[in-house]
Ligand binder design. Structure first.
Ligand SMILES: NC(=O)C1=CN([C@@H]2O[C@H](COP(=O)(O)OP(=O)(O)OC[C@H]3O[C@@H](n4cnc5c(N)ncnc54)[C@H](OP(=O)(O)O)[C@@H]3O)[C@@H](O)[C@H]2O)C=CC1
Ligand SMILES: N[C@@H](CC=O)C(=O)O
Length: 338
């Protein structure tokens, strides 16, 4: 069966997905039996292009790379729901900016697709954090699938590991580095960059959120903890209830001082349990240079999950990046097509 892909949000991640699909078309068919055509691309600034028989991806990417718009290509118009219907989409890749309060515009896109029986993959944390139960109900009622591998740790397959790899284990707690931008900034500051230069570089590399205060104030890591609390423990935690301190108060002097004492500063996120219950948190911590987390540099993320049957499992991999996150959408689509 051919996968008719609709894409909402053609920024860093959406464009990278199109690039990977285009580059690997033959390999995807041969290795996974995954055949596709892209039938709809909708982006706020670039516009809307649609062809139910499949867009010419080479041409589309030339336009995006050259002009950062859909340039000369014929543009479509209409409400997103209507475009989904007209395009004949069978799977939606949703990667519009994350809004942690409303989940929009992603939430409306996800609901429109699922209610039509269209499978969905998303990297957008907003809808998953704000409306997880509602989306799961829609998924069930409408016979569609919802995947969201990229919402935590980008293309590093943490969600799949949690849902499938360690099925049967009880998770006793977890801690790690769950935001690529802040880890990149702290790493660069440790090497002598200013905070402003490091943030600008993280933005240019496609790591930071559209509003980077979400990264540096710890909201992004907090929402990832909220999502993990829901998936792992079935607990509803509001983002505002996560103990949250970002990195804006961390100075180069503090980083240098920590290093002289044998420590490094990392923005650490986790969930711990005690007799009072569950405690989700995000905060800068001094980590001994001998600790495995100390070696996690740049936009890399790492998480240690403490389980009953397996003890500690540590997963390390990219936590942000255009192509790395495009990979999350691709792996979800391959999984859903099987
Ligand atoms: N970049 C990364 O490393 C990672 C990103 N994510 C998540 O993936 C999502 C995409 O990230 P990224 O590609 O970096 O973000 P970008 O800001 O680069 O891309 C988002 C795109 O969506 C467009 N857009 C905004 N509103 C709409 C709308 N209503 N309909 C269609 N398009 C819209 C934006 O247009 P405009 O620019 O004009 O607003 C922009 O082109 C975000 O939710 C992010 O949190 C998750 C993991 C890692
Ligand atoms: N801005 C986020 C992107 C991935 O979720 C990060 O830096 O981790």
């Amino acid at each position: 069966m051919i996968n008719n892909i609709a894409l909402a949000g053609c920024g860093n991640v959406g464009t990278a997905l199109l690039e990977i699909l285009h580059e690997k078309k033959a390999e995807l068919k041969e290795r996974y039996g995954f055949e596709y055509q892209v039938v709809l691309v909708s982006d706020l600034m670039k516009g809307i292009v649609m062809d139910p028989n499949g867009l010419d991806l080479g041409k589309l990417l030339d336009e995006i790379h050259g002009k950062r718009s859909f340039g000369a290509l014929a543009q479509a118009a209409g409400h997103f729901e209507e475009l989904l219907d007209r395009s004949g989409a069978t799977v939606l890749a949703e990667c519009t900016p994350t809004n942690l309060k409303t989940g929009e515009p992603g939430l409306a896109h996800l609901k429109a697709a699922l209610s039509r029986g269209i499978n969905v993959t998303t990297t957008n944390k907003g809808p998953i954090a704000v409306a997880f139960d509602e989306l799961c109900r829609l998924e069930k009622d409408c016979g569609a699938k919802l995947c969201y591998e990229g919402v935590v740790m980008s293309g590093t397959p943490l969600i799949d590991m949690m849902k499938n790899g360690i099925a049967g284990c009880t998770v006793l707690g977890l801690e790690g580095i769950l935001n690529g931008t802040t880890n990149f900034i702290l790493t660069k500051m440790g090497e002598g960059s200013t905070y402003a230069d490091a943030l600008a570089e993280a933005t240019a590399l496609g790591y930071a959120e559209a509003d980077p205060s979400g990264d540096v104030e710890g909201w992004d890591a907090a929402v990832k903890v909220v999502i993990l609390a829901k998936i792992l423990f079935g607990k509803d935690v509001a983002v505002k209830d996560v103990t949250r301190i970002g990195i804006t108060q961390v100075t180069p002097q503090q980083i240098a001082e920590a290093r002289r004492s044998g420590f490094t500063i990392k923005l650490v996120a986790g969930i711990r349990f005690d007799s009072f219950g569950m405690h989700p948190y995000v905060m800068p911590k001094e980590i001994a240079l001998t600790h495995p987390l100390a070696a996690i540099g740049g936009a890399t993320n790492a998480i240690t999950v403490n389980t009953d049957n397996l003890g500690e499992i540590t997963l390390v991999g990219p936590g942000a990046g255009r192509r790395e996150t495009g990979q999350a959408l691709l792996s979800d689509m391959i999984r859903m097509s099987r």
